[in-house]
Design a protein around this ligand. Structure first.
Ligand code: PMP
Length: 427
């Protein structure tokens, strides 16, 4: 018989379904898996695409202007590399800096500098006040960790398909002047895959807010497409300038998921005033970034077309993996009404909502069966999902066959957790 949504089953049918899932789960556990879909890491096959970096810069050590890149200096980073990313990020080269190996470090340091020194337009350092950040949920756990480490209060904001909920943000900004920042992943959000619309972006730079309110515009996935349906790039700096708030956006990105995570190049882009502020702060931190790594990246990617062609190779590897997620959930969860998920057009994640109150238990069951999944709650500030419903799926790392096995096992764990919960409710 065709299954019905679990919640609609009568108790006898629910008990039968539970018995079936429990049996499947016992078999799964006995099969001794050791699989991992916890983090959004590129697969070895994807890393191979950038192996030329391992022998570049192949004796070269000068930039186009003839500067010896082996030495100290050049704090803004290589102009040629900044030019490759300027268009995708919609930042003029002069206002786009190429830095070290991690955009997370740049975000962390930017928050630290703002806490210690304040930002342009602010009267006091953030650290002299009790401050908060708006956090669209589900979101990126490492953004939340930065806030938590620094004691910045986090205020969750619901996400829609076209970005965070503007009506909620408008009310919060109007009533709470402790709000100094907001985490945004505007293209292929981590983990919901949502793409901010221009309307949402315009509202975010226009809404009345504190003079030292900053959007942390983390464009980590701006060139990471999975389909031909590409979002129209948003020029957030231009929109902010038009709205009279040119200093509101701080744009971050990196090549972590273009070349090698941990051995790539990070970027920051912003208004002239913000960039001057950032340069003043970072001059005390470093005598310049690793320009030889930047040169390697210029040689590998060459230009905007080279970057686009490189990203197409990633897409060819990733598309079947994202398709496998959709197939598994359609086959195993949909018939039972057991989950709702997105099919993203880019980025690194799928966001799955299971029955309220079941995410933690499902992830725990999966773990006990040898399938490691991102801890439930990780996508919410303080690790607390008020509905205990969201699970982040990171399908990029394992080979396709392993991914399929892990997804199938996870579905079994979810179905078992949900039937358990529904039966408990009826007792
Ligand atoms: N931002 C987002 C939204 C991410 O998903 C990630 C990586 N998972 C990062 C930043 C980390 O970037 P980086 O390697 O440049 O520190």
């Amino acid at each position: 018989t065709a299954p019905a949504p679990l919640a609609d089953l009568d108790t006898e049918a629910l008990r039968a379904a539970h018995a079936e899932f429990a049996r499947a789960y016992d078999e799964l556990k006995a099969s001794g898996l050791a699989l991992d879909i916890t983090r959004g890491k590129p697969s070895a096959e994807q890393l191979d695409l950038s192996n030329d970096l391992l022998h570049l810069p192949d004796g070269a050590y000068r930039d186009a202007a003839g500067t010896d890149l082996r030495n100290y200096g050049g704090p803004n980073g290589l102009p040629e590399l900044r030019a490759i990313f300027a268009d995708a990020l919609r930042v003029p080269v002069a206002q786009l800096l190429a830095l070290g190996n991690s955009s997370l470090t740049v975000m962390h340091d930017t928050v630290a500098q703002a806490l210690l020194h304040g930002v342009p337009g602010g009267e006091l350092p953030w650290g002299h006040q009790s401050i908060s950040f708006l956090c669209p949920v589900p979101g990126y756990d490492r953004h939340f960790t930065i806030c938590e480490r620094f004691g910045i209060r986090m205020i969750a904001v619901p996400m829609n398909d076209d970005g965070p909920d503007i009506a909620t943000i408008e009310t919060l900004l109007a009533t709470d002047d402790s709000i100094k920042g907001m985490w945004c992943v505007p293209v292929y959000s981590n983990p919901s895959g949502a793409v901010y619309s221009e309307e949402v972006a315009r509202a975010l730079v226009s809404l009345p807010a504190a003079a030292d309110f900053r959007l942390f515009w983390d464009n980590a996935y701006v060139v990471h497409h999975l389909s031909d349906e590409r979002p129209e790039p948003i020029d957030i700096l231009a929109l902010a300038a038009e709205a009279g708030n040119p200093d509101r956006p701080l744009i971050f990105a990196s090549t972590s998921k273009v070349t090698f995570p941990g051995a790539g190049v990070a970027f920051i882009g912003a208004s002239e005033a913000n960039i001057a502020w950032f340069q003043r702060n970072s001059a005390a931190q470093s005598i310049g970034p690793d320009k030889l790594n930047q040169l390697r990246h210029v040689q590998l990617l060459r230009d905007q077309d080279g970057l686009a062609a490189h990203m197409e190779k990633h897409r060819a590897i990733l598309e079947p993996k994202f398709a496998a997620v959709d197939e598994a959930f359609r086959a195993r969860l949909e018939p039972w009404g057991a989950g709702a998920w997105n099919a993203p057009h880019g980025g690194y994640f799928v966001s799955l909502d299971v029955l309220d109150g079941c995410a933690k238990r499902a992830v725990q069951l999966a773990k006990e069966a040898g399938i490691a999944v991102t801890p439930a709650g990780a996508t919410f500030p303080y690790g607390e999902d008020p509905r205990d419903a969201n699970i982040r799926i990171a399908p990029t790392f394992p080979p396709l066959a392993e991914l399929r096995t892990a997804l199938d096992g996870l579905c079994t764990a979810i179905l078992l957790a949900e039937t358990e919960a529904l039966l408990a409710e009826r007792n």
